[in-house]
Design a protein around this ligand. Sequence first.
Ligand SMILES: Cc1ncc(COP(=O)(O)O)c(C=O)c1O
Length: 417
Amino acid sequence: MGIEHQDEKKGNAIRHRYGMVVGRGQSTWTPTQAVITKAKGDWLETADGRRLIDFSSGVLVSNLGYAHPGFEKHWKRYCKGLPRNAYNLITEIQTEAAERLVKSMKRPFAEKTLWAASGSEGIQKAMWCALKRDPEKHIILATRRGFHGKKGLANDVTGEVSANPNVRWVPFPCEDEQPESFYAEALDALGKAHAGKIALLITEPYLGAAGSFHPPKWYHKLLENWCRANEVPFIFDEVQACFGRTGNMYAFESYGVEPDLVVLGKGMGSGEACSAVVGRADLIDALDYGEASDTFSAQPSACAAVCATLDVFKEEKVVQHARKTGKYLSKLLQELPKRFSFVKAVRGEGMVYGIEMENAAIANRCVLEAYRAKPKRGVHLLGPLAQKVLRVSPPLIMSRDRLDEAAGLLTKAWERI
Ligand SMILES: Cc1ncc(COP(=O)(O)O)c(C=O)c1O
């Protein structure tokens, strides 16, 4: 991969071996290319013994941190004796996990579940449901600059240009936020142009990959109301935002809306690969036997991980903790633009923020300096999003003390820039 760090003999050797046998396309660019050999709590440890405070949670996956004792205990208990794959079998753990997901939403729309093995597959299945329910309707509305995944239909509704001729874009408030009437008019114009032909509207609670743009509360309510009035299924992509990230269990609670289908992923399995569509039975049941099946969806170990995650969320009041800690994190981050002229903005909510830097070069340098903050200590950040926005998404279980420590390390490190 071409990256070497001074004094990282073991890490450099592993990076070299990795680069020889794994394609570059496997990873998203991160200038540190950290080589991790241990992970515990909110720490990652590199092959050469550098301890990093984790500010990424994988990619908003390890919400309970690493080797969480409660999670590991419950997960092993649920997995005991089960087959590793349950294609065309029914296990109780799949049933229980689906029942608990439905119940956890506490809303009438949450009736049934479809499992998937990744976020983009979940998005694709949710869209299939809406497209199949009424084959006369083929137009897909997607809010602009969202990220829903790189595969299939998920990719078709990502960004603002689509190879799919049926996709139409709805503006999403970003840097150029407009009054509510602007978005209402855009929706009405699309409704008129495609009357009776619109199959679905898909949106993201906040724009994550596009650089952390969190819309005003009225925005999603406007989309929901428009969908209701026009009988268009409203799909909420919570792949990244679910399970406490925004300070509520689900982002639809944070934004005060009731979608028809919600897509979950990332943190729901605390690291086991899983995703799920939860929502209205009439939409989910539009797909018949086999139309949403695949080899790895609803693995018993993944469903066990969902149950174990829900257990820990309840026992340790993870969401309440995240809500409080998130306020503290927000305060710490808001200090950064005052201290460093190259920090242009901090945007976010709950336990997910974006720090916008002056340019891509500085953003990359900040990731590297955070890693090397001290000879054996640092902070792990993902490579910049949208070129110059640093994602801050620590495990939800992080303490205030650890946040203070991380902020101290970042400040020291960035003083070198
Ligand atoms: C909002 C959102 N939707 C969908 C996806 C795609 O998920 P996956 O990478 O598991 O396919 C992501 C991944 O980052 C995401 O953030």
